[in-house]
Design a protein around this ligand. Structure first.
Ligand SMILES: [Zn+2]
Length: 553
């Protein structure tokens, strides 16, 4: 359908509302105030070169959080953290000197691999130097210990002081066997974050994940950009000394060479690793690597704004987006600024649009609405992890979290994709708001990419707060499914986490506007109720929620 016709139809729909109560009219006009021009204008500012790619603790951060604080203030929202619009987050920045070499010695041959081209490595330990010195190399399959799936890649293995090489994703993905893990859908065991955590628990000195584009869900360039340059982390009491000394990735070709050097075949061992009963394989090789770091303590900020509720102001619905991106990489030849326009200037601009819409209501909803722009998402969900560990609003009084990350720029969709669909009672709210728009709700079309573990709602889920991440759609009204999926794939391959993720005046943001209007309804309804939504039976997050709600009663 042509856009003019759609606009005429919605005008007719508005005119038809004269018979409704003024309350409903106000709700409708607040919802309709969300529009593409405003969304584009704010996205353009946040993604401009002037904001320098919005890295935490940079000039770009200053500009970004100041802009957001001012916007929220001028909309008439209250500072969300006592008297402040900001929640300060202590971080440590570790920058490894480039040029490190990974040496792998075998009984016959030795190889040296080049930083960035062949591998990346870093340390989370807050120290100026870490090294692996002739550390024994072991292939530990998927590097997973999962009692509930009866799986243990570290069974009978002592990896203390050793270096493990592991595969990305999980055996369910690899075999597509629904009886293994979650079948093709990635479990948390498939995420690199988990693999590093587990290797540290096992006492390994080093861990390298073999990069493969499909199971990792992104190309080597993303690893190369993300794992080199300044690395941010939350500070911890033990200075992260409980982490492995070295964490890294190997290019697939590097891994093949290493396995060959050990007289093994990578593809065969990879296949074997996905079978139940697989036993880790010592490769008979020794790895050496030294990383020199500069270490700096910094403070970054979450931005928090509050619209106090009109009846139950001490209960909350949170809208969240991460404001940060990768900043500037002076090592790049051409464009050095990671503008992060789609990811996540769009979601951040959406917070402003939603705040404005809620302010348009004559009377705020009964519960308070929180607008939370978090920092350090790209560096490992740092701002949301920190908030979840130091919640400003009690978790038991937080009805739900709606996370927005990278809005749809491809126009109207017949459906809305919800990452986390099927996990909580939030499903019903989204379904009914979607139905009002004549749209359907779809689960994540690519659960093998592990998106549920890759954005800011996840730390909230771990704290028991029902959290969803609605994320565009898969079926364009005008162009259909194949076209939409191709567009999404193209973005991942060409622009995701690259300097080319820039604002484009040719985007069609009308689909994003549909999504935000839908999410406005969802948040509004949650804020008008007195009950607290929960997780569905059988989800790993329900026990925490049950305990929280029981304790608050
Ligand atoms: Zn993002």
């Amino acid at each position: 359908m042509n856009k003019k016709i759609i606009r005429t139809l919605s005008t007719v729909a508005i005119l038809g509302l004269f018979s409704c109560t003024s309350e409903e009219q106000r709700l409708r006009s607040a919802q309709e105030s969300i529009n593409a021009q405003d969304l584009a204008a704010d996205t353009k500012i946040l993604a401009s070169d002037e904001f320098e790619g919005r890295a935490p603790a940079s000039v770009g951060e200053e500009k970004t959080v100041e802009f957001l604080g001012k916007e929220f203030q001028s909309l008439g929202l209250k500072p969300g953290n006592g008297g402040s619009f900001f929640q300060e987050i202590p971080m440590v920045v570790i920058t490894a000197e480039p040029g490190a070499r990974l040496e792998v010695k075998g009984p016959k041959k030795s190889f040296a691999f080049a930083y960035k081209n062949d591998f990346v490595a870093l340390t989370e330990r807050v120290v100026e130097e870490v090294s692996l010195a002739d550390s024994e190399v072991i292939f530990a399959g998927y590097g997973i210990v999962a009692p509930e799936y009866d799986w243990n890649d570290y069974q009978g293995l002592d990896v203390r002081g050793k270096t493990v090489v592991v595969l990305i994703n999980d055996p369910g993905y690899a075999t597509e066997d629904p009886a293994l893990f979650s079948g093709r859908a990635m479990t948390y065991y498939g995420r690199w974050t988990y693999k590093y955590e587990e290797a540290a628990r096992q006492g390994a000195a080093g861990i390298f994940i073999v990069h493969e584009t499909e199971p990792a869900a992104y190309p080597w360039g993303v690893v190369e950009n993300g794992w080199t340059g300044p690395q941010f982390n939350l500070t911890s009491e033990d200075n992260n000394m409980s982490r492995c000394a070295v964490e890294g990735w190997l290019q697939l070709e590097t891994a093949r060479k290493i396995f060959e050097q050990a007289g093994q075949n990578y593809d065969e061992l990879k296949k074997a690793a996905a079978r139940r009963g697989f036993k880790a394989v010592p490769l008979g090789l020794k790895a050496s690597l030294s990383l020199k770091n500069s270490v700096k303590k910094v403070t970054s900020r979450n931005v928090v704004a509050l619209l106090p509720g009109s009846k139950r102001a001490s209960e909350y619905v949170i809208y969240m987006s991460h404001w940060d991106h990768f900043g500037i990489n002076p090592g790049l030849e051409k464009d050095q600024i990671f503008n992060g326009a789609v990811d996540n200037a769009t979601g951040t601009a959406a917070l402003i649009e939603l705040a404005e819409a809620f302010k348009k209501l004559k009377r705020p909803p009964q519960r308070s609405i929180v607008f939370l722009a978090v920092t350090g998402e790209e560096q490992g969900l740092l701002g949301s992890e920190y908030y979840a560990a130091h919640p400003i609003y009690p978790t038991a009084k937080t009805a739900a979290v709606i996370n927005m990350d990278a809005l749809n720029t491809y126009g109207p969709m017949k459906d809305i994709t919800v990452v986390g669909y099927g996990l909580s009672e939030l499903d019903g709210y989204i379904e009914s708001a979607a139905k009002e728009q004549g749209r359907t709700v779809n689960p994540d079309p690519t659960p093998e990419k592990g998106s549920y573990f890759r954005s800011d709602h996840f730390p909230f889920a771990k704290q028991g707060i029902p959290a969803v991440y609605p994320s565009g759609g898969t079926d364009s009204v005008e162009h259909g499914k194949e076209w939409t999926l191709a567009k999404r794939e193209k973005y991942t391959a060409e622009n995701y986490h690259k300097p080319s993720d820039e604002f484009d005046p040719n985007w069609d943001l009308s689909g994003a506007v549909d999504d935000l209007r839908l999410l406005f309804k969802v948040g509004y309804r949650l804020a008008m109720e007195s009950t607290f939504p929960n997780w569905k039976e059988g989800t790993p997050y329900k026990a925490k929620r049950d305990a929280d709600l029981a304790a608050a009663r």
